[in-house]
Design a protein around this ligand. Structure first.
Ligand code: SF4
Length: 251
């Protein structure tokens, strides 16, 4: 697959620019995945099975070599990725291309943030310390993962890859989003937080587009309490945090 443009300004509240150099995602999340819903709605993929077959943008590096220098001065940061996973489990060619893109951004002195439900590769430690390497982590319950993130890497391996980078003085972050309600998985948020207390930044957000959330009595109260728990924990541990819009709502 080829594209004409790859570097986009994003509307996502904690992002600046983004690069999505793959169509589809083999992790196949069923929360549901917003990127899959949009790709199917706009006819970019036929169905779920089609979404599970990732297609690289073959001309990504050539395109970015032209696009990045033109926008270099106006870019604060580039996020990999909002509509796919840059370190997709079982697809080394995706990881390889993501690392090449990061190398390019690093060369131009542009801050990069990456987020995965796979393994953060150790090669990331070669780049500038201003970048931020993150994992998505909403649970430690492997039964939940098998149902909602079926082809992602298991939680302990995912966390260990981030801890290794942290131990090499890299900045790390954790996206606790989309956080499920207790009728989806019963779990202790403080215990999850305590396992990532070494990280530099936490993003927390609720689960959308899932009927089970609204079926949970007092779900907004639940998210308000969970958001407050995250804020208190981050203040206590001197961690930067961001609570996604529409997670905390005054009742
Ligand atoms: S890892 Fe991200 S992009 Fe991939 S299926 Fe899951 S939510 Fe969607």
């Amino acid at each position: 697959m080829e594209r004409k443009k790859l570097l986009y300004k994003t509307g996502v509240e904690y992002g600046d620019y983004t690069i999505n150099h793959v169509l589809g995602c083999a992790h196949g999340c069923t929360y549901p995945c917003y990127a899959f819903m949009m790709a199917r709605r706009f006819g970019r993929v036929k169905d779920y099975n089609d979404w599970l077959q990732p297609r690289l943008v073959e001309n990504a590096i050539d395109l970015l070599k032209k696009e990045i220098p033109k926008k270099q001065k106006s870019i604060k940061s580039v996020h990999l990725c909002f509509t796919t996973d840059p370190f997709m489990t079982g697809y080394p060619e995706v990881t390889e291309m993501s690392l090449e893109i990061i190398k390019l951004l690093d060369h131009y002195g542009i801050k990069c943030t990456a987020l995965t439900k796979g393994v953060l590769p150790s090669e990331l430690s070669k780049f500038d310390r201003k970048h931020e390497w993150g994992i998505s982590l909403v649970s430690f319950d492997e039964d939940f993962r098998k149902q909602y993130e079926p082809f992602s890497i298991d939680y302990p391996t995912r966390l260990a890859s981030m801890k290794s980078l942290h131990d090499l003085d890299c900045k790390t972050w954790v996206s606790i989003e989309p956080y499920p309600t207790p009728n989806i998985v019963e779990q202790d948020l403080r215990s999850l937080l305590s396992q990532v207390s070494f990280t530099d930044r936490i993003i927390f957000g609720r689960l959308h587009y899932n009927k089970l959330v609204s079926a949970f009595p007092g779900y907004q109260n639940f998210y308000n309490n969970a958001g407050e728990t995250v804020i208190a924990f981050c203040k206590e541990h001197d961690i930067d945090y961001h609570i996604k819009a529409r997670t905390l709502i005054d009742l």
